[in-house]
Design a protein around this ligand. Structure first.
Ligand code: ZN
Length: 147
C-alpha cells in the first residue's frame, strides 16, 4: 500500500472511531475553539494530575481532518507530562508548517504522521491544528496561567 493511502486510512479510522470523544469529568481546564474557514468546532477538557496529563476529552464537529486530529492528539498527550506533551505539539506544528517537505519522526508523532500530507494544503492546516490549539489553551487554564 502506498504511504499516502496508508495515511488516509489512519485518518479515516480515527474519524470513524474517535478516541476519547465525549466530555468527561473531572477537569481543570476547558477551551472552545472554532476554525471559521472550515466550520470546525471543538470543546476540549484537560484533567491534570500534578504535571501529568491525566485525561483529555472533547466534543467536536467538522471535517474528517479536524475530527481525526482531535482523536490522534488525545491519544498522544494522555499519560505524558505537560512538558513532554507540549514538545509533541511543537513537533506536530513544525510538521504542519513544512509544506509537505517535513520528515516526521514516527517515534514522537505516532499516528499524527498521517497528517504529513495535510501540510501541503494551507486551507486544511488549521483543521489539523484546531484540537492542538484547544488543548494548549485548556492546559494553560488548568495550570492557572490564563487570565
Ligand atoms: Zn476542517
Amino acid at each position: 500500500m502506498q504511504l499516502e493511502a496508508m495515511y488516509q486510512e489512519v485518518i479515516l479510522d480515527h474519524y470513524r472511531n474517535p478516541h476519547n470523544k465525549g466530555l468527561r469529568e473531572p477537569y481543570e481546564g476547558e477551551a472552545h475553539h472554532v476554525n471559521p474557514t472550515c466550520g470546525d468546532e471543538v470543546t476540549l477538557r484537560v484533567h491534570l494530575s500534578g504535571d501529568t496529563v491525566a485525561d483529555v476529552s472533547y466534543d467536536a464537529m467538522g471535517c474528517s481532518i479536524s475530527q481525526a486530529s482531535a482523536s490522534v492528539m488525545s491519544d498522544l498527550v494522555i499519560g505524558k507530562s505537560v512538558k513532554e506533551a507540549m514538545a509533541v505539539g511543537d513537533e506536530f506544528l513544525t510538521l504542519m508548517q513544512s509544506r509537505g517537505r517535513g520528515e516526521p519522526d514516527e517515534d514522537v508523532l505516532e499516528d499524527a504522521i498521517a497528517f504529513a500530507g495535510v501540510s501541503q494544503y494551507p486551507a486544511r492546516i488549521k483543521c489539523a491544528l484546531l484540537a492542538w490549539m484547544a488543548w494548549k489553551d485548556a492546559t494553560a487554564r488548568a495550570l492557572g496561567e490564563a487570565s
